[in-house]
Design a protein around this ligand. Structure first.
Ligand SMILES: CC(C)(COP(=O)(O)OP(=O)(O)OC[C@H]1O[C@@H](n2cnc3c(N)ncnc32)[C@H](O)[C@@H]1OP(=O)(O)O)[C@@H](O)C(=O)NCCC(=O)NCCS
Length: 325
């Protein structure tokens, strides 16, 4: 069977930075509370008129350039996002158009913060099945379009950004083990109540602030820690490796306390855990590919290193991947 390799990484974060001091002027909070409860000091915020496809195109173009291939070699575009520019068409079609790519499969995946790992598993399966030779796997989110700036329990977490990788068929296989899960009975702990087909937009839904993300943070926190721990362990087992073999753990950046609890449970020293939450915040599906690209471009990840990605998000969804870079 053919293998699949990650050829390159790319990322983009918007220029505008929102600090905890800025948030202190917007809601009843403090830099001290946000820092100790979440680990976040500042986050990047998209400009007005800057959409998911704009951020994604920048991350994807950087990945294609770093891969040293032509955009014409891309045979598949998959974007993980729940904040596409429009409900119709997909963000992937808009990204393809912005990059000058046509006549290949382009579609989106919706799995909230776990979306990038879901998308990776689908793209590498499609390459192994012979459907495409090369894929662009992107995750991009404009969470601030769905952020209730009057809700101090959630607005302090969210940010915008995009990350991407280029995958290609190869004699070696980078993807050693995946594990996934989902449980829709948790749907109301983290969701956007209106704007979909159940509750289409009306003056009433807007007035009731139902187009913003609603989150029961404390309950979400507890399930996140337990599911990230179990899925990370299962992916290690499936790959036939142990935590000591992993050079870099890249967890979803939702809360530094979740990341530290995960590292303790998995017996990873924090030196082996990539953390950028202090400067990037939580940009949902985009957090992992942004972190991956930053680790790669800063030299923290070298060819041949074993890494593990692990995420948790709305749905609830969760998943992990063990990858030889
Ligand atoms: C959101 C989150 C930071 C809140 O932290 P927490 O320790 O759980 O805090 P709680 O919600 O229990 O609230 C504790 C107190 O802080 C207050 N509080 C909440 N947000 C606050 C803020 N920004 N500033 C100051 N106080 C705040 C609450 O009102 C509450 O006050 P009370 O005790 O007087 O009622 C945390 O729950 C979290 O990160 N959850 C998981 C997020 C996540 O993983 N999302 C899914 C993946 S994207």
């Amino acid at each position: 069977m053919k293998g699949v390799k990650i050829l390159s990484t790319g990322y983009y974060l918007p220029e505008k930075i929102l600090t905890n001091a800025d948030l202190e002027k917007m809601v009843d909070t403090s830099d001290e509370w946000i820092t100790t409860r979440t680990g976040i000091k500042e986050r990047h915020i998209a400009a007005d008129g800057e959409a998911v496809s704009d951020m994604a195109e920048k991350a994807a173009s950087q990945a294609v350039e770093r891969a040293g291939i032509s955009k014409n070699d891309i045979g598949l575009i998959i974007t993980a996002t729940f904040t596409p520019d429009y409900p119709l068409p997909s963000a992937s079609c808009l990204i393809g158009e912005k990059m000058g790519i046509k006549n290949v499969q382009m579609f989106d995946i919706s799995a909230a913060c776990t979306g990038f790992i879901y998308a990776l598993s689908v793209a590498q399966s499609m390459i192994k099945a012979g459907i495409s030779k090369t894929a662009l796997v992107i995750a991009a989110e404009k969470l601030t379009a769905y952020t209730d700036w009057a809700d101090r329990g959630s607005c302090i977490l969210f940010s915008d950004g995009a990350g991407a990788v280029v995958l290609s068929e190869s004699d070696e296989d980078s993807f050693l083990g995946f594990d996934f899960g989902a449980d829709g009975s948790f749907r109301k702990l983290l969701y956007v109540p209106a704007g979909g087909s159940l509750n289409p937009p009306t003056a009433e839904t807007v007035k009731n602030r139902q187009h913003f993300i609603k989150m029961e943070g404390n309950k979400t926190f507890k399930v996140a820690v337990s599911r990230m721990n179990s899925t990370a362990k299962k992916a290690l087992d499936k790959a036939g490796v142990s935590a000591e073999d992993i050079e870099l753990l890249i967890p979803h950046q939702a809360n530094i306390r979740i990341i530290e609890a995960l590292a303790r449970a998995l017996k990873f020293s924090m030196e082996k855990v990539f953390v950028n939450i202090d400067k990037v915040g939580n940009c949902s599906a985009a957090t992992i590919p942004v972190a991956l690209a930053q680790a790669d471009q800063a030299g923290r990840l070298k060819r041949g290193d074993l890494m593990e990605l692990v995420a948790f998000g709305g749905g609830f969804t969760w998943g992990a991947a063990v990858i030889r870079y």
